[in-house]
Every structure is written in structure tokens, then in C-alpha cells.
Design a binder for this molecule. Sequence first.
Ligand code: SF4
Length: 195
Amino acid sequence: MLRSSRRKMRDRILLHICCAPDATIPWPSLRSEGFEADGFFYGGNIHPASEWEARRDAVLALSRAFGWTAEIAPYQPERWHEAADRAASAPEGGARCAICFSLQLGAAALYAASNGYKYLCSTLSISPHKSPDAIGAAGEAAAESAGVKWVHRVWRKNDGFRLSVARSREMGLYRQNYCGCVYSMRRPGACGSAA
Ligand code: SF4
């Protein structure tokens, strides 16, 4: 595991942000480890567009509150659907989510590689409903393909999810009640989102 005491310079890391509440713990944690951590919001999985706007605005509000940079990827839900619709009927945590992780982390890895980041990490693992192993596999593959290094963290450890809920409430951040895609709207509260 990389720790600041083992680094002579601040390493640039891109933190893939699935939503602002889930970033409230990982982002400052990476900064306190000594990383120069910036955020990246993909969002193509989010439905409908008005929900994407609300989550985008929450990420930007968090970025302003922390004083750190967050990149917002162009909203391209059609690309997400092209890849993920073939697993539309899969249960949450199954094949559709594995595809979704790859799309989100693939986009983040490409942005990281094109913008001088050495490392990639994700907030996804703060959810008690998502598999850290599946996230790690997608992250490793995306990072290797783009030529950056995956930093694996399981943010839900040490009560991370509960702390993220508390902190996002304190900060007045928008909190959704479903994971994000149109298929997850059938199961509000899943994927670690707010109920
Ligand atoms: S439930 Fe969440 S992780 Fe799974 S495919 Fe939908 S948006 Fe992606």
C-alpha cells in the first residue's frame, strides 16, 4: 500500500467519483495520505438527465467545499446503454454492474492517462452493496489498459459508509435514493445510495 511517508513527492491520483456523498470520505483520505487527489465524475450511467444534473452539481459543490478540482465527463448515456443494456435484466451486483464499473473506470483511466495522473482510485467501494473484488478487477484492468496504476481501497471498511452518510448530511449535499441507472430505479436505496 502506498503511504505518504514512502513518497518523496506528492503523487497525482485521479479519484473516480460515483456520487458526491460517496466521495466525502475517500477524497480527504487520499489527500491525507499525501496524494494530490482530483476528482472525476463519469455519470453516463445516471438516468434521467435531470438526475445527472443534480449529481453533477453535488460533485461540483463538494469540489468547491474542499477546494479541490473535479472533472465532469460529458453526459453520454447512449454509450452506457450500448454496452450495459445487454445485461439489463441482471440483478444488482451482477453482470450489468460489472459492465458499468468497467465503463466508469475505463473513462476515468483514460482521462487520468491523458492528463498526467499516475494513479487511479474510485469511491465505488464505499457502498455496502457493491463488490470490492469486482470493482478492483475493473479498476486493475482499466488502469493497466490506460497505462496508470490502480490504487485499491475498500472505503466501506472502518464504518466508511455510515461516516459518508453523516458527512454528506452535515455538508448539505444532495443524496439520491437509487444507485443511478434506469434499471436501479426499480430498487430504491440500493448500491449504498441514500434512502
Ligand atoms: S445498479 Fe448502479 S452500478 Fe449497477 S449498473 Fe446500475 S448504475 Fe451501474
